[in-house]
Design a protein around this ligand. Structure first.
Ligand SMILES: [Zn+2]
Ligand SMILES: [Zn+2]
Length: 200
């Protein structure tokens, strides 16, 4: 008695065993053959796909990390937005005092702070304390603070007060010592910076 389970679905022929049916299918109906051979490459392709996606995500993560630290390293402070006080690895303070003919010039609160923007150099009050903050350690200059403030400071002028023979002189002191660094001075923790202008 030939078992019905070994019947070819396509041409209704009965075979005495599964091998006979398989041999018939292989010869006459290759499309009916079990798809085992095909599932292997599909699995392989899928695994490779997953591998490539993971590799891509990893490469993207490394790239994002490197470009974030690069842009923090390379951009002028006025073009950096640290967003908030979160993830602050760098947090130091310098004190800035500006004297115009012995009168202290008020350095306003919230320089470098706008809705949705926090520059790495900013003030929180009008004491002249400059906060130097960011997700990575790097150097900033006092000139960058003036850029954020949108005020002039260079080797000859503070605001509109300039060193002009016979008119007046601008000088800079760092921790009480006269400095020629001017706007290129690198801000350090605990530094006392005084900019003085004297009319003659
Ligand atoms: Zn601070
Ligand atoms: Zn701050």
């Amino acid at each position: 008695m030939v078992e019905e389970k070994n019947k070819c679905e396509a041409c209704d022929r009965n075979f005495k065993d599964a091998e006979g049916l398989a041999a018939h299918n292989k010869a006459k109906h290759p499309e009916l053959m079990p798809k085992e051979k095909n599932t292997l490459p599909i699995k392989k392709i899928r695994n490779w796909g997953i591998f490539i996606i993971i590799l891509g995500l990893f490469a993207w993560g490394v790239y994002a990390l490197v470009t974030a630290s690069n842009s923090f390293d390379e951009l002028p402070a006025a073009e950096i937005n640290i967003g908030s006080h979160q993830n602050i690895a760098l947090h130091i303070h310098s004190d800035l005092k500006i004297l115009i003919d012995d009168e202290e010039f008020l350095i306003p609160a919230n320089i470098g702070i706008l809705p949705g923007i926090m520059r790495p150099l900013h003030t929180h009050d009008s004491t002249g304390e400059i906060h130097i903050e960011g997700p990575y350690a790097r150097d900033f200059t006092v000139g960058e603070f003036f850029q954020i403030w949108e005020q002039t400071f260079n080797s000859t002028c503070v605001f509109e007060y300039c060193t002009i023979p016979g008119v007046g002189e601008m000088e800079m002191f760092v921790n009480g010592e006269k400095s020629e660094s001017y706007d290129n001075l690198i801000l350090r923790d605990g530094q006392e910076i005084t900019i003085e202008y004297h009319s003659f």
